[in-house]
Design a protein around this ligand. Sequence first.
Ligand code: UD1
Ligand code: CA
Length: 465
Amino acid sequence: MKLAVVVLAAGRGKRMNSNVPKVLHRIFDKPMLQYVLDSSSMLRPSKILIVVGKHQEDIKNSVKNRDVSFVMQKEPKGTAHALRKAVMRLKGFKGTIIVLNGDAPLITAKTLRRLLMLHRNGKNDISFISFIAGSPAAYGRVLRDKSGNVRSIIEEKDANKSQKNISEVNSGIYAFEADALKLLEDISMNKLKGEYYLTDIIGIARDRGLRVKAYCIGSEAELMGINTATELLKARQMFRERIINKWIETGVIFLDPDSVFVFPHVIIGKDTIIYPDVYLEGKTKIGKGCILYPNVRINDSIVKDRAVIKDSTIIESSLVRENAVIGPFAHLRPGCDIGAEAKIGNFVEVKKSVIGKKTKASHLSYLGDASIGESVNIGAGTITCNYDGKGKHRTIIEDNVFIGSDTQLVAPVSVGKSAYIGAGSTITKDIPSMSLAISRVEQRNIDGWVSKKIKVKSSKLKVLS
Ligand code: UD1
Ligand code: CA
């Protein structure tokens, strides 16, 4: 059976008070419109049409890599007018057309599938999803007749007092059989708003004896529409809670779930403990039994089982292997591979480097463009000088090397297996394995230097007095 999807996204979005088109406002890392497209493309429709208006360029750019077509609605003359533009493009299409609002992003594919199933099994001409709204004022109310069948939808502005008390509202998500959309031609302009209301099609279809059903099958948390910045904030909170609750169910432990952000594509293993103010972004994967302490932000990274990420640490596009300990106050920049049981400690920055198993860099270091073997000790204050002003160079440190504190490794340079570097060295030449490198000025002690200095000072003072 053929299926097409139409997303209405040409409205002005005036109530947002923003220059950004409404459907491009973000929930986490994606614009609202993207969420609607993600859910609807899971129904595998043969076509997705987006009705766009004044902001068409911005909208087209934001969904560049998707298989969608655009229909222009020059003037936003209402939802029925917008759909009519799409229907003109769908000429000759026989089958079901799902219509969604671009400003209701939390809809799941599961609920859309349910609508489609109910619509097709019921052999309906038109079906739509309704829900019970906490404050229904922003929505069209669903009017039902005595036997409970939907009669029509009435918008807030046109509703009388008793209709305003109805809390069952229209979600703006419909399934139409293509033939029923001929009725769009019969919708007249709403005088109060100067727009053609798609919602009028329900009453008209009933009058003509078509089969019309409203299914109250979803919650406000999934179906809410976003017209204002406050509603956007509310939607973000609800979406955040939906994700966190899912992970709580699967055995992730949150000490303060209200302060944690987990992006939709993140995966977290069982028995992982997450402290307050943690952000897990992008396509991050956290293993089982990990601990993420407060103020940790992990973006597009993999953290394997039982790793511990201590307070105030940032990890970007990197891999942290089993039982490794990172932080506090560490920064893994993109391209790091931190070995199992390795330790990257206080104020250590690592970039594009491989750190071997059981290697430790516990304090105040910069390790960039380095390949470091297993069981290496990186002393406090060690720096790989990877940049000569023009290009980046690599530092290679083999297994079991001991690097004394405050060492500078001027790349390109390599340190052979089990070599030692004395503290305070500046290493500019390769070090053979098993040898000691030391490159500091030998220490001199000058006897009595301090007392001589004091004598000179006091004789000068005498002259002055
Ligand atoms: C609409 C419904 C209302 C429903 C609510 C659900 C109508 C008349 N009302 O109200 O019954 O409860 O959604 O959230 O349909 N759009 C266009 N072109 C236009 C006007 C709007 O493409 O000329 C698009 C908007 O970009 C938006 C969607 O249609 O994505 C809905 O428009 P909006 O103005 O937000 O309608 P609501 O007042 O929320
Ligand atoms: Ca809306």
